[in-house]
Design a protein around this ligand. Structure first.
Ligand SMILES: *[C@@H]1O[C@H](CO)[C@@H](O)[C@H](O)[C@H]1NC(C)=O
Ligand SMILES: *[C@@H]1O[C@H](CO)[C@@H](O)[C@H](O)[C@H]1NC(C)=O
Ligand SMILES: *[C@@H]1O[C@H](CO)[C@@H](O)[C@H](O)[C@H]1NC(C)=O
Ligand SMILES: *[C@@H]1O[C@H](CO)[C@@H](O)[C@H](O)[C@H]1NC(C)=O
Ligand SMILES: *[C@@H]1O[C@H](CO)[C@@H](O)[C@H](O)[C@H]1NC(C)=O
Length: 510
């Protein structure tokens, strides 16, 4: 009865102390058993924890309670009447033997060693009658969904920009972070891990520097977080185009190019090429002054994901606009404007002439060439004809010449006088070359050449046959003088008829 804690067991034994004495109780409630044999439990936040505890046999009057931890910090974790937390429930409220409890939605703070304890009343105060082995509970926490952040402003290709991946509230501390650019691993420093102060979890953040490229419009940066609590890694993907600005190239092209005639129309087209993102502001200026010219604008996306824009203004080439400058000013992403200028050039009227006569020159040149060709052809023709004529003439010369040879003795006038009482003179037809060739020539030329000599009194074959002259006159024919008359076909010439090699000349005498 007297509170003498240190000597309690001994006193109890000696003084037959009341049932509240553990030692005595243990003896008295020999068959009372408290079962808490659950080993360490690893939970992940959010799960439901079951803590088993059963009692058997008869025990002293007193409650069975769950204590969290042991020592000075012990505190009643579960009470039959109104649990300490709405998350904690008994598995079987009615049971006097099963004191299993469930803890819903486990928090990191729930990590501890839990004891199932049987109390008994001693002098109106509760004393521990029996304590279980204790169940150690570890609580892991999954990292939060990773968050990725890029640069606050877009960067141009070539610039190195930081990207950060972070995840929070995980336990234990170990965590792996992998970076991938288009599924290709990128080397990165180990993550920076910091403990949370309010809970026993950790935060991590990992940063890498990426040099942007023009073709990164379609690229993706992925951060992959692996932790013991995760079956498969958590991924976060960042489209690099969000961080990319590809400035355009700007050029103005006039169509038609060069100087134009007055009052013709000229199209100035502004080519804005290879930029990202799409929105651009295009302004046209005429001689440095903003205008609101009618224009056609066309935005297209290239296969690389970059944009192209064409803006065209049409200008009437009035004479007063000679030398006017048309400027295309492009503002992309609030950057400094990029400009390109085209100048309207009107050809001076005098200049059209040359430009016309240029084509005229061409025509003239053509004509000259044509005339030249024609002249050459004509000249060649003439030459050819002359040549033909000449060859013909030559042929004539080489054509069989019939020479009338008087017999040698009878050469001269006397001969003629004396010879041939029969009045027959034989002419020895001496063909210059072989008759065959002659004939061939004759045949080839299809012109029969023959000498028809009809010597009338003393005259040669010349047609001017005179009336019979003096009878004494000897007539001789010098066949040299005989013209081989070319004539259309006549009655078949005798010389050809046979292959006679002699021409007979009959000279009539009177
Ligand atoms: C804990 O108790 C529940 C029911 O009370 C039972 O289903 C489970 O198997 C027990 N677990 C252990 C480890 O004893
Ligand atoms: C950890 O991350 C959480 C959520 O992002 C944040 O609220 C907290 O301030 C971070 N703590 C530390 C120590 O960085
Ligand atoms: C160009 O047009 C203006 C007005 O339309 C006219 O006065 C001028 O004669 C034209 N000039 C030529 C070369 O056609
Ligand atoms: C193009 O023409 C439209 C009207 O057709 C005008 O509102 C716009 O300002 C013009 N753009 C440029 C760049 O001049
Ligand atoms: C336009 O200007 C150019 C150069 O300034 C000049 O050569 C040309 O003659 C001018 N044209 C007209 C039609 O005045």
């Amino acid at each position: 009865m007297e509170p003498r804690p240190p000597a309690w067991p001994l006193l109890c034994l000696l003084l037959l102390c009341p049932p509240s004495c553990p030692g005595v109780g243990a003896q008295k409630y020999r068959d009372f058993k408290l079962q808490q044999s659950q080993g360490p439990v690893v939970m992940t936040t959010g799960e439901t924890l079951t803590l088993n505890c059963t009692v058997s046999g008869s025990g002293p009057i007193g409650a069975v309670r769950w204590l969290k931890g042991w020592g000075s910090g012990n505190r009643n974790f579960y009470e039959e009447k109104g649990s300490s937390s709405s998350r904690v429930t008994r598995a079987d409220n009615e049971s006097n033997t099963d004191f299993t409890i469930r803890i819903r939605d486990v928090h990191l703070e729930d990590a501890s060693t839990y004891y199932c304890v049987k109390f008994h009343k001693v002098n109106n105060s509760e004393e521990v009658f029996k304590r279980g082995e204790g169940t150690k509970v570890l609580v892991h926490a999954r990292p939060s969904e990773p968050v990725m952040s890029g640069p606050s402003r877009r960067a141009v290709p070539g610039q190195s920009v930081p990207f950060t991946c972070s995840a929070a509230g995980f336990f234990p501390r170990d965590i792996q972070v992998k970076w991938l650019k288009n599924s290709v691993s990128v080397r990165a420093e180990p993550p920076n891990i910091t403990p949370e102060l309010s809970s026993s979890s950790y935060n991590m953040s990992s940063t890498i520097q990426v040099v942007l490229r023009e073709d990164d419009v379609r690229s993706e940066l992925t951060c992959e977080v692996q932790h013991i609590t995760l079956g498969s890694p958590l991924r976060r993907t960042y489209a690099l185009r969000q961080a990319l600005r590809v400035p355009p190239s700007v050029s103005v092209v006039a169509a038609p190019p060069g100087a134009v005639e007055v009052n013709k129309t000229v199209n100035f087209t502004c080519h804005v090429r290879g930029f990202y993102p799409g929105p651009v502001t295009v302004t046209w200026l005429e001689n440095g002054t903003e205008t609101n010219m009618e224009n056609t604008t066309e935005l297209t996306e290239t296969s690389q994901g970059l944009f192209e824009l064409k803006s065209t203004v049409t200008v009437q080439a009035g004479e007063e606009k000679n030398g006017s400058r048309f400027t295309c000013r492009v503002v992309h992403e609030d950057q400094e404007p990029i400009s390109s200028t085209g100048t309207l050039r009107i050809a001076a009227p005098a200049q059209w002439g040359p430009s016309d006569s240029y084509t005229g020159d061409n025509k003239n040149l053509l004509i000259y060439v044509a005339v030249g060709v024609v002249c050459t052809v004509l000249a060649l023709l003439v030459i050819a004809i002359l040549y033909l004529i000449r060859t013909k003439q030559n042929k004539g010369k080489s054509s069989p010449s019939a020479r009338l040879h008087e017999p040698e003795k009878s050469s001269g006038t006397t001969t003629t006088q004396e010879s041939d009482p029969n009045n027959l003179t034989y002419a020895d037809l001496n063909f210059a070359k072989e008759k065959k060739s002659i004939r061939r020539i004759i045949e080839l030329s299809q012109q029969s050449e023959y000498a028809c000599i009809q010597g009338s009194s003393g005259s040669s074959s010349s047609s001017s046959s005179q009336p019979p002259a003096s009878s004494d006159n000897l007539t001789y024919a010098d066949l040299d003088m005989v013209h081989l008359s070319k004539a259309p076909r006549r009655p078949p010439p005798r010389p050809e008829e046979s292959s006679s090699e002699y021409a007979s000349v009959q000279i009539q005498r009177q």
